[in-house]
Design a binder for this molecule. Structure first.
Ligand code: SF4
Ligand code: SF4
Length: 431
């Protein structure tokens, strides 16, 4: 490939508090207006007519299945998730109730963006941005949990450990993810205290208990763009960014979406698409709920994630995650190539029972591997019951089917309080 023409530069604060700003060059052929990637009317239509729901609820039929498979394939991962869930219970209680904390001072009325940004950076958040809180991205089951009157969103991202992430899929990487969530849960208390101390109210979304998807607001706040792998590619550490949103009534100045060149770069790169063991990633973007995105096929991803410690090959093999956006974009301008593409260092990975997969090689799984209950547990169990009732040849058999159905339903509804996977939203809590 050949050198590319320079298009524009994006200046971002340095990675850590006190670091010099960085300049990311975007090649002319990667430029694309962020406005062209979304259709507001469609987003509104889908939010109104088909409100978003948490994956943990929408796909609750697979929770039990995932537990059993995980226990069989990777008991250490199952143990890690159980420990994580236990540790996070009190943190999640705090996060859920954060909106009830009263301000501890009289509000001054001035713009406090800089004060909040400085405090967040001092605490260790690398990415901080402000935008309107978009209520279209609240899960249906969380609508009543999210306070009214908090119109502004503070988007903050914390970096997950770099070396551990490069070992994906692995227990070590899952531990690093869990450690980042635990740290987020601690740091956000300080940030909320700061906002309360300025005289304003704040309510926290994440980690593990969140209002809804966060990436759209991070994009609005200029903190990155959506990659083909379905993750936010943030400037310093790509998809290794762990996200949180704090909504508030504090007066802040909104940031703007930024063209980092990611959508067009992904069209050229395609590494995650080619390396995904489950063939779950779509190389091309399409319009989905008003956003141009590559839609992940969940039923091809989840069976892999469940068996291989959360998988994450799509994160491990992303050059923007591994090297950072600036070196990747500079390399593209200088050479027209994708940094690291075609190298074992970026693309190679190992699956415990399958061995090492070098560039160009992918694991094979039989059809059985992808057999997984889909949809809501209630619906799945009802379908199962109907099949059993139709097949029953006596009153006793029908009674047995009904009894099994009632027991499984009760068990499943109780399970909806559980963390499904390390990175996933907690299900609906008892009310
Ligand atoms: S987690 Fe694994 S299976 Fe799922 S999309 Fe990423 S690479 Fe593919
Ligand atoms: S691996 Fe390449 S195509 Fe996939 S998200 Fe990262 S930059 Fe985009």
């Amino acid at each position: 490939m050949a050198r590319r023409r320079f298009g524009h530069a994006v200046t971002r604060p340095g990675r850590n508090h006190g670091d010099d700003p960085v300049e990311i060059p975007v090649a002319r052929d990667l430029e694309k207006s962020p406005d062209s990637l979304r259709r507001e009317q469609e987003i509104t239509f889908y939010a109104r007519e088909y409100p978003l729901e948490s994956f943990a609820l929408e796909q609750s039929a697979s929770v039990e299945w995932a537990d059993n498979i995980r226990n069989e394939f990777s008991p250490e991962t199952a143990e890690l998730y159980a420990e994580f869930q236990e540790d996070m219970r009190s943190e999640i209680e705090w996060i859920r109730a954060s909106g009830n904390l009263e301000p501890t001072a009289e509000p001054g009325g001035e713009d406090v963006s800089q004060s909040i940004r400085d405090r967040a950076r001092e605490l260790g958040y690398s990415e901080v941005g402000f935008t309107r809180f978009d209520r279209r991205y609240i899960y249906k089951a969380r609508q009543s949990d999210v306070r009214r009157g908090l119109p502004n969103a503070i988007c903050v991202a914390l970096e997950q450990d770099h070396p551990a992430t490069q070992s994906l899929p692995s227990i070590e990487a899952e531990e690093a993810q869990g450690a980042t969530y635990r740290r987020q849960a601690t740091l956000v208390k300080d940030l909320v205290a700061h906002i309360n101390g300025l005289g304003y109210r704040a309510q926290v979304s994440g980690p593990t208990w969140q209002f809804g998807p966060m990436i759209p607001m991070f994009v609005d706040a200029g903190l990155g763009q959506l990659g083909v792998n379905g993750q936010l590619l943030s400037p310093h550490f790509g998809s290794r960014a762990r996200l949180q949103i704090i909504i508030t009534d504090a007066r802040v100045t909104y940031d703007r979406p930024v063209d980092y060149g990611v959508p067009k770069f992904c069209e050229i790169c395609q590494v995650c698409f080619m390396r995904c063991p489950g063939r779950a990633i779509q190389g091309q973007r399409l319009w989905y709920r008003g956003v141009e995105k590559a839609k992940l096929i969940a039923k091809r991803c989840r069976p892999v994630m469940t068996r291989y410690s959360g998988c994450g090959v799509c994160m491990k093999t992303c050059p923007i995650q591994k090297y950072g956006m600036k070196p990747v974009m500079e390399h593209y301008i200088e050479t027209g190539d994708v940094l690291g593409k075609g190298t074992e260092n970026l693309e190679g990975y190992e699956l415990p029972d399958k061995g090492y997969f070098e560039v160009g090689k992918l694991p094979r799984f039989d059809t059985e591997f992808f057999n997984m209950p889909t949809g809501r547990a209630e619906d799945y169990l009802m379908d199962e019951l109907q099949d059993k009732l139709q097949a029953a040849t006596s009153d006793e058999e029908e009674e047995v089917a009904w009894r099994a159905y009632r027991m499984q339903l009760e068990h499943t509804l109780n399970r909806q309080t559980a963390v499904v996977d390390m990175g996933m939203d907690l299900g609906v809590w008892e009310r």
